[in-house]
Design a protein around this ligand. Sequence first.
Ligand code: ADP
Ligand code: MG
Length: 687
Amino acid sequence: MRPDILNPLFAESQTLDGVGPKLAKPLEKLGLTRVKDLAYHLPERFVTRRAIANLDEGAEGEQVIVALTATEHRAARNPGRGPYRVMAQDEVGNMCALTYFGRASYTAKKQLPVGEKRWIAGRLDRYGDMLQIVHPDHVEKDSAAHLARMNEPVYSLSEGLTQPRVAGLVAQSLERLPELPEWIEPGQFEREGWPNWHDALHLAHKDQHEKARDRLAYDELLANSLALLLVRADGRRKRGQPLKGDRSLRDRLDLPFEMTGAQKRSVSEIEGDLQQEAPMLRLLQGDVGAGKTVVALEAMLIAVEAGKQAALLAPTEILARQHFETLRKMAAPTGAEVAILTGRAKGREREGLLMSLLNGDIDILVGTHAIFQDSVTYKDLALVVIDEQHRFGVQQRLALAAKGKRAPHTLAMTATPIPRSLTLAQYGEMDVSRLDELPPGRQAIDTRVVAQERMEDIVSGVERHLATGQQAYWVCPMVRDSETADIAAAEARYASLKERFGDDVVLVHGQLRPEIKDANMERFASGGSKLLIATTVIEVGVDVPSATLMVIEQAERFGLAQLHQLRGRVGRGSEKSVCLLLRGGELSEAGRKRLALMRETQDGFRIAEEDLELRGGGELLGTRQSGEAAFRIANLEQVQKLLPAAHADARLLIDRDGGLTSQRGEAARVLLYLFERDWGVQLLRGG
Ligand code: ADP
Ligand code: MG
């Protein structure tokens, strides 16, 4: 149960003065549904303004405070379309337009009566040959208030919110902060000279207070590490089954290749883990094409040699089928029985399968999450392999571990290369094996950046490519934050390419019925269709070696990690592969660097590291690309700077006081609830 002391923080935002249903929506859009969310809604930046006597003293782009008198209101000719402008004059007669868009014009009408002087705070800009201030931050009758607030926080907003509004709500929420016990280790707290939690929040809203910001970020990192380590400690307490294979099955494998050094190393790390009584919790990290499947197979065969069962969980039906086919073929000489179970198995087929699973006829089961439903009972499940780890949260992993009487060993696999400095944050509870070496003989993918305007040439290029009998992927643009818009774009592209290529074209996106999506996918995989148009749903998995051309529209909109994943779909066969990155419009500096890097390298680990550099310290983790939203407070720079200490501190605390019962342990519980990592605490009661 959440400690009572936190209750005021978890109260709904609507309990604040002035928040009704009308404000609730825009607040929710920003994730500010509770008092604590507002208190932690830290300013994006601070503006420093300069008071000027008249407009001649201000520079373009400068944040100023200036006295202006409205002379005329000009509504848009077509209401609701163009801006609403208030023409105003300074003390020496310079004109300036105060420009408002949308509903803000109502405010302007009230605040700026013609002939009356007002103090205006905002950014001075030029529009044609006219000076203007768009959406002034403040319009006040007297100057005193502003001159006192020269350094002002700027918050991120959503439609319907203004800076003063948010600042007011933040101030209210800060008034409700309780005094919380200190959870940071006293030595460190002293050394860093950090403010306590209560003061840190106040300070962080007041100005650019680095120590306060760091402290708050550290809290979040500490909470995360603690939770992950509690999960790990819980796993360690559980008894698993030590698995020792006799090589009888593995020796019969007849692989058409020699394993790479990285594969051999990973297999032996896994083998070592499996021999322990404590259940394995290991992440296998390896780029697309690095050869994770065969490593997983070796691990599963160890379980089978030891007389137990193994299961492989895939995130989608398509991937489950593909894994099933691959594993069945590879495992054939060993005699191990491989089966597949997805949500679509029904009736007698399903019953038969469940029976074989229960009596042990099936050694290896592949499937979607259907393989962990209550109705599915294993004879003796000893190893679970999870493909594409990032799609599963920690909590789901916990549910999984509860499946066996004895906790099964877990091997998670991800094709998302994560920079070393972030691995700890996302997978701090796991041991990591890295496949950092691609199988030999892979051909480099020829990556080119082409302007999207040259669509006619691009389509002709695709035509020539298809004429050679090879296949191609065409990835449609990702329209920000709207799946519907993504799909609309894909449908439109599909229609136009279908006109050109006829029945050779299939379409796959997230809103197609699963049967249709799979049928289309299978048609492409079997070569029945030559060109696959898709939204980013093909990002994960899917292995079609004769697909050797990848076209990505508006590539600048994708993050590096995603581009890398997409490109990884080609270059899987013996033919030379090409990736065309279509550049939509003007490129930002970061966009240009991203595409250049894609041309330069195919090394996923390097791309991940540079991605981290490029995104820099300003941006938060947990965008679409990193899969799981990891942190809300800590930025990348802080993660790199503070995480090692936070992790070490968490480890020390858990070693000394695993039950979190000491005074500091109690404080740490408060911290875990505050950051909603309480699944960590909940394990304590069970263990
Ligand atoms: P991923 O890590 O993306 O899951 P896969 O396991 O699907 O990669 O392997 C990609 C391809 O590489 C498969 O066709 C697989 O048979 C092949 N492969 C795996 N290991 C090796 C190796 N050591 N040498 C050559 N080919 C390999
Ligand atoms: Mg794979």
